[in-house]
Design a protein around this ligand. Structure first.
Ligand code: NAP
Length: 255
């Protein structure tokens, strides 16, 4: 299990107050990492749970709908926790409307949060990681949260599909450029996970039934279902894994 041990490592998780981000933060903490929970809503519940495991959890307030805070976020994490080993780009939003009616505002909001900030926060973290990764032999780890819509088209979510397809491409690009600089960049593509993001689908009886029927596991995923994949990609066990988008989807894509 030593390969999966994250003791002494510092993980930044964006959007860690709820849903998948919370599931990932708790799994990384359980594997030994200290956590910086970055987001616009205070992650107090996540912090209490991380601290109950004996790990540190610092709350870093930032609205990631623009790239304005990215430099300060990385600086603040390093100031408060002493280092930065792992970045999980989890914060994201979705807007639903017919493609014929879709607005520019809904396009920009989703692309800015899900894709533009993801890239520039990764850039800020990577600039920090390349500075020290050669010193202690520990590789930096960047994990992007992709989607089934990194692989599929979806319906009524044009900007979300564009952003998550972009996450797949950027994951490969960053891996290509930063692998030789001591950083692993990979992504996790969650299937249908019961969170705020999918509340509209869960409450629509017909869509809910159609979704569950199509998942080989026969149930919605839970935030904790994503944690194991995040621990793996953040750990030494994944030091030779680069540019992958790992689906954690109860078999959805296998159908
Ligand atoms: P969620 O419960 O809605 O969580 C989204 C997180 O992102 C929240 O912490 C949210 O903070 C944060 N966030 C959104 N906009 C932000 C901003 N401008 N600044 C800072 N933080 C912001 O949904 P989730 O399902 O856990 O989503 C997490 C990630 O997984 C997203 O990237 C989503 O696209 C992806 N994903 C989800 C599913 C699924 O089935 N649920 C499937 C595939 C991919 P607030 O609480 O303040 O809004």
């Amino acid at each position: 299990m030593q390969q999966f041990d994250l003791t002494g490592r510092v993980a930044v998780v964006t959007g860690a107050n709820t849903g998948i981000g919370q599931g990932i933060a708790l799994a990384l903490a359980q594997a030994g990492a200290d956590i910086a929970a970055v987001g616009r809503s205070e992650a107090s519940e996540t912090a209490a749970k991380v601290k109950a495991m004996g790990r540190r959890c610092e709350l870093v307030s930032a609205d990631l709908s623009s790239i304005a805070p990215v430099g300060d976020v990385i600086e603040s994490v390093v100031d408060r926790l002493g280092r930065l080993d792992i970045l999980v780009n989890n914060a994201g939003i979705i807007r639903r409307d017919d493609a014929l009616d879709f607005s520019e505002a809904d396009w920009d909001a989703v692309m800015d949060t899900n894709l533009k900030t993801l890239f520039f926060l990764s850039q800020a973290a990577a600039r920090h990681m390349v500075g020290w990764s050669s010193q202690d032999g520990q590789r930096g780890k960047i994990i992007n949260i992709a989607s089934m819509l990194t692989f599929q088209g979806g319906i009524r979510v044009p900007s979300y599909t564009a952003s998550k397809s972009g996450v797949g491409g950027l994951t490969k690009l960053m891996a290509n450029e930063w692998a030789p600089r001591g950083i692993n960049v990979n992504a996790i593509a969650p299937g249908y996970i019961a969170t705020n993001n999918t509340a509209a689908l869960q409450t629509d009886e017909t869509r809910n039934r159609q979704i569950v029927e199509r998942i080989p596991e026969g149930r919605w995923g839970r935030p904790e279902d994503i944690g194991g994949a995040a621990v793996f990609l953040a750990s030494r066990a994944a030091d030779y894994v680069q540019g992958q988008v790992l689906a954690v989807d109860g078999g959805w894509l296998a159908r």
